[in-house]
Write a protein that binds this ligand. Sequence first.
Ligand code: PMP
Length: 372
Amino acid sequence: MSSLDAFAEKTLADLDAKALRRNLVATARGAGAGAVRGGKALVSFSCNDYLGLSLDPRVIAAGQAALARYGAGAGASRLVTGNHPPLVALEERLAAHKGKDAALVFGSGYLANLGLVTALVGPSDLVLVDALGHSCLFAGAQLSGATMLRFRHNDLDHLRGLLGVRRARHGRVLILTERVFSMDGDRAPLPDLLALAEAFDAWTLVDDAHGLGVVEPGARAPLEMGTLSKTLGSYGGYICAARPVVDLLTSRARSFVYTTGLPPASAAAALAALEIVEAEPERAARPLRLARRFTARLGLPEAESPIVPILIGEAPAALALSAALEARGYLVVAIRPPTVPAGTARLRVAFSAAHSEAQVDGLAEAILAERA
Ligand code: PMP
């Protein structure tokens, strides 16, 4: 065996021993939050399609029309000839939705965060990241070469202390947080955080991947980032900001400049979805309402978003509960370290406008039965 293969096998064996190996499972999604795995039909609570828009006939038709008219791919990077009309229209609509001058669409949310952080800060600067921030926020901070410090999750006293000690030592300071935290479903204290940032002349990026369209925004940050892949049912990422910031990113964000533009169908589908988000507020309110119905049934703290974590602790126990629920017809994937901190393996339950009340109640009963 080559040393490469031996390295891979040994590392996988170590992951297996800790129940931390990841395996792909083919999953076909369908209407009504359905998912078919291994020939078995399940009700999925592990999808970020919060408003069920990725399967909405209007969204699909918009994608199909753009595919037919503009082709399967953008053909080039945006700055060459890949800036097709659906992208331009989508950016205008995103900026308006966020109340910003302009928006810039990237190949994914991950690429948007990498591009933004590396374009705005460098080695003499400071990045302060919420400890429960998404992997791509940390990756961007590391790639930028700036000094990176984590502040305790949603702890503004800790953040204030770090700013007080560190601010004067650095030129630019960038704070990275999330409107809705992806694995905990709680929300950043944005009005106070933004006021604190301003007092120290620090810039704030709010990652709105899990907030757009499903929670009240609360307050808008100077840098609003998000994804097209969750509520908007498509694929891609974006930054909304003031015009000069977006123009700077257009020239300087390497993960924007040196990569092909999104396919026309992805942009057109996301635009159709955003129009539905704005036109149908009763749909947008539904996932949070279902999440609160669920937390009330289980006696958990009231949900702040459509994401509800059920904390288990160790990975094998989280996998076992997930398997037991799957046997009862519910798909709730276990989330393990390093996605979440050690000792906090959990089931992450995500609610969608596509769920029925009966499905939500059924899942709550199944969990109570399994944990009895
Ligand atoms: N930020 C957060 C908080 C996320 O949860 C995700 C996706 N898991 C991303 C960014 C990355 O977005 P994308 O999937 O579009 O790359």
